[in-house]
Design a protein around this ligand. Structure first.
Ligand SMILES: [Mg+2]
Length: 235
């Protein structure tokens, strides 16, 4: 006798949930640092990268909230970091950004246990992606890393017109996947976007929290610290 599954449609975040954004970005940024001689402006790679991460996280936070346009993000990602050195023009900064995005998107590292997990879920559940990442790179990342074939619907905020956590992107995703809220589950690493957004839309959430961050102001439906622990929730 087979039990009826509670969840049949699983919606995954991509960056740092399945695709190892932290590792892949670090690797490509080391290449960018050398190519564009960032050592002329920063005392070490680590020094640069610390400043970069803080700046980039702030940009993405504003972008998710709809306070910053995509073009503004891609322009100021590098420009702002070198502005006081008068190192790169806006055009050059945009070129560095394109180069960085192209290099990063070709990297293949996935989150530990992600491929095994997806192989187990494959055929048993309908799998989808909901991502705030840019359409120019998300498909390349999915294809290069061997993740692409697992997914039925790939929902990009670029195409939906709004970012997570706006509930509209989740409504849009449900419609595209032909799924009901009650049978859907959102799995992601970001409380502010993945978890709060799905919660606001009435979808149960799994917070992937590998670094054991403290919970702030929301209680996710489930919490896991390894991505393959998702099996325990579904079984
Ligand atoms: Mg993420």
């Amino acid at each position: 006798m087979t039990m009826k599954k509670k969840y049949t449609n699983l919606f995954f975040d991509l960056d740092d949930t399945l695709w190892d954004t932290a590792a892949n970005s670090l690797e490509s940024m080391k290449e960018i640092y050398l190519i564009y001689n960032f050592e002329n402006y920063y005392s070490s790679f680590d020094n640069f990268y610390t400043v970069y991460l803080k700046h980039n996280n702030r940009l993405w936070d504003q972008y998710s909230k709809g306070l910053l346009k995509k073009e503004e993000l891609t322009r100021s990602r590098f420009y702002t970091l070198f502005e006081k050195h008068n190192a790169f023009s806006i055009e050059k900064s945009e070129q560095i950004n394109s180069d960085y995005m192209a290099k990063t998107s070709m990297k293949r590292k996935t989150i530990d246990g992600a491929i095994d997990l997806l192989n187990k879920l494959n055929g048993e559940y309908k799998l989808h992606i909901i991502t705030n990442g840019f359409k120019e790179v998300q498909y390349t990342k999915l294809k290069q890393s061997g993740l692409y074939h697992f997914f039925d619907q790939i929902i990009l905020s670029d195409e939906a017109g709004v970012n997570k956590p706006n509930p509209k992107i989740f409504d849009y995703a449900l419609k595209k996947a032909n799924a009901e809220k009650e049978e859907s589950l959102m799995i992601g690493d970001m409380l502010d976007t993945d978890i709060k957004g799905a919660h606001a839309c009435g979808i149960d959430q799994v917070w992937f929290n590998p670094h054991h961050q403290e919970i702030k102001d929301i209680k996710p439906t489930y919490e896991i610290s390894r991505i393959d622990e998702l099996m325990k929730i579904l079984d």
